[in-house]
Design a protein. Structure first.
Lengths: 331, 291
């Protein structure tokens, strides 16, 4: 019999509100059934408003479900909330460090939460030292959190989620606001916690690269429903029909003109992603045929006077799955 | 530190034991003290506010006659001591009515409420922890008010047994007003606005419960209205204890205690019920962390 760290049973959350006397009903989470094995690294993806955060908050027992229930570490989220909370470490990145006491320093913040999570004093002090050192906050441990950068606050929040060594980590965008080095270290830490300690990790992110890198299985949510639940490699296989091209050009004065020109080409199906860095612009396009598209795009860019660094064929990524599903197309 | 070493430290096989409630409450007190200490200017303003408030009634006492005070059964001290007791115990009223509501609003404002409620600590212990520091501060402010009053000439007539009776009445004052605080917090959690219950109760009770003047000075209908508020009975009892050395053998003290006790027995289940409705509703709406 499979031992699940997390199981949801038709978990549903309906929000009702009134606007200008009109009753609005939003199905934020709609009969979600997911099962996450113990020790699994599970990704949860979806556009804004897909229901990811509501789902995670129900698993944290912060929000009551309208229908259905879930078991976290074998405990029911409705009837055994304290046991559920003892089993989880919750990181919610969308708060950008707001969920800390800004007028306490890092170690006082961690010490306070350690007691609330039933970590004894000696153990707490040892772990606080280790976590602050790992997250490179030892020197600033006595500084009030209000004087920290966003990245430093995020690191304290990560330390807080790990402090009580929970078996299940609910990581809602854990690398948001981190610089590249800290993001890599955090990913490595999560990977190690998963592989070496068998922690079950539920991971949400908008960064497709890190989801592909980390997760063994991915669920994609849309309008409150899980529309896909599969391994990243299977998801990529589902997209074999997708032809993609990546165009990198020197920075341009009028980006929207460039994007309009590319999207109006008959061979381009859609613009999937645009990255606008100070020195280069990278545009990812879905096309009908990459071999026909590459010379055509090069020609048009040349005529527009844009300096091209590279145009190359690209493998389908989760970004493509995500865009496809977000637009309501079938995978 | 590398990942392996960190993992080794945080994964040491040490069984988690439930933190004793007193340790959790102490950690709330330490947290609140440290936060409060960063607002040193507030501390100065708080003390200055108390001094100015007491001075106002000290000066006011020169133009009032002690006759009404003595008619009300308060033997010594005159108007200044009478008003001083009203002012001093207002700190407990404010604490009991406002603290839970303000603490939850502060946690929502800080964005910390949802994080705390996702920990292994029970909600009742969380609430207890939230109010303890405010209780300590209110007690210090109360004692400070009495000391400043004594320095300005306030006179008390007490015995050890009357101080014990006054302490019991003060606890009943807190318990009865805490019911109002819990009830209004339940309303606020649902409507996300300042509760009219708290506002109306605080102002009306200050107006008609004999905080600054004896009830006998009020028109009959306000005097009658004043009898509906627990503060009337608490202050009357405390003044009898501190200005006339009455203790638990006095029928006046016993009747005040009985009224307060009945109020608490009736109001507590109602307050807890309303609070539970508000809390559950906020969890259903997903608005627990919103202010």
């Amino acid at each position: 019999m499979v031992d699940y760290a997390l199981e949801t049973f038709d978990l549903t959350k309906i929000f009702e509100s009134r606007e200008d006397g009109v009753r609005r009903v939003v199905r934020a989470v709609d009969h979600v059934n997911i099962r996450v094995r113990r020790g699994e690294f599970f990704g949860l993806l979806g556009p804004n408003g897909a229901g990811k955060t509501t789902l995670i908050k129900m698993l944290c027992t912060i929000i009551l479900p309208t229908e259905g229930t879930a078991k976290v570490n074998g405990y029911d989220i409705i009837h055994e909330p304290i046991k559920v909370r003892s089993s989880i470490g919750w990181f919610h990145g969308e708060t950008g460090g707001r969920s800390l006491y800004w007028r306490l320093n890092a170690e006082d913040n961690l010490r306070f939460y350690a007691y609330l999570q039933n970590v004894s004093r000696d153990v707490a002090e040892k772990r606080i030292d280790a976590l602050l050192e790992f997250f490179d906050l030892s020197r600033e441990r006595k500084k009030l959190v209000k004087d920290y950068s966003t990245g430093m606050k995020v690191r304290v929040m990560l330390a807080r989620a790990l402090l009580h060594n929970p078996p299940i980590l609910l990581m809602d965008e854990p690398t948001i606001g981190l610089d590249t080095v800290s993001a890599v270290e955090t990913r490595n830490l999560l990977k190690a916690l998963n592989r070496e300690l068998g922690k079950t990790i539920i991971f949400t992110s908008h960064n497709m690269f890190e989801v592909e890198q980390l997760c063994e299985r991915i669920a994609i949510m849309k309008s409150g429903r899980v529309v896909v639940d599969a391994a990243p490699s299977i998801l990529r296989d589902m997209l074999r029909d997708i032809r993609a091209v990546e165009v990198e050009v020197r920075s341009v004065d009028n980006l929207s003109e460039l994007i309009d020109m590319l999207s109006n080409l008959s061979i381009v199906r859609k613009v999937v992603d645009v990255k606008n860095d100070p020195i280069a612009v990278t545009v990812r396009l879905q096309v009908d045929d990459e071999y026909e598209a590459i010379p055509l795009i090069a020609d048009r860019l040349h005529r527009l006077g844009v300096k091209v660094s590279s145009i190359r064929r690209s493998e389908p990524t989760l970004e493509d799955v995500f865009v496809r599903l977000a637009r309501g197309e079938s995978a | 530190m590398d990942v392996e070493k960190l993992i080794q430290i945080i994964s040491e096989d040490i069984p988690r034991r439930k933190t004793p409630i007193h340790r959790i409450i102490l950690s709330f007190i330490i947290r609140d003290f440290k936060v409060w200490w960063t607002y040193k200017f507030w501390l100065v303003l708080d003390i200055a506010g108390i001094i100015i408030f007491i001075l106002t009634y000290y000066l006011f006492s020169f133009i009032t006659t002690p006759q009404h005070i003595q008619e009300a059964g308060y033997t010594v001290g005159g108007y200044f001591t009478f008003a001083l007791i009203g002012i001093a115990f207002q700190h407990y009223v404010h604490f009991a009515v406002q603290t839970i509501n303000e603490s939850i609003r502060d946690e929502q404002w800080n964005g910390t409420l949802e994080t705390i409620l996702s920990t292994a600590t029970d909600f009742k212990v969380f609430l207890l922890g939230e109010v303890c520091f405010s209780f300590i501060v209110s007690s210090i402010l109360l004692l400070m008010s009495i000391l400043i009053g004594i320095m300005l000439g306030a006179v008390f007539y007490t015995t050890p047994s009357s101080i014990l009776a006054a302490t019991i009445l003060a606890m009943l004052l807190i318990a009865s007003h805490m019911d109002i605080g819990i009830l209004s917090t339940g309303v606020i959690m649902k409507v996300k606005q300042g509760s009219p219950v708290t506002w109306a109760f605080s102002w009306l009770s200050q107006l008609v419960s004999g905080v600054f003047y004896p009830l006998k000075l009020l028109p009959w209908y306000l005097e009658w209205l004043g009898k509906a508020f627990p503060l009337t009975y608490s202050l009357d009892g405390i003044r009898l204890c501190l200005q006339s050395a009455k203790d638990l053998t006095s029928p006046a003290i016993v009747s005040n205690i009985i009224y307060l006790f009945i109020f608490i027995v009736v109001a507590t289940p109602i307050a807890l019920y309303v609070f539970k409705i508000g809390y559950d509703s906020a969890r259903r709406d997903g608005s627990l962390g919103q202010y």
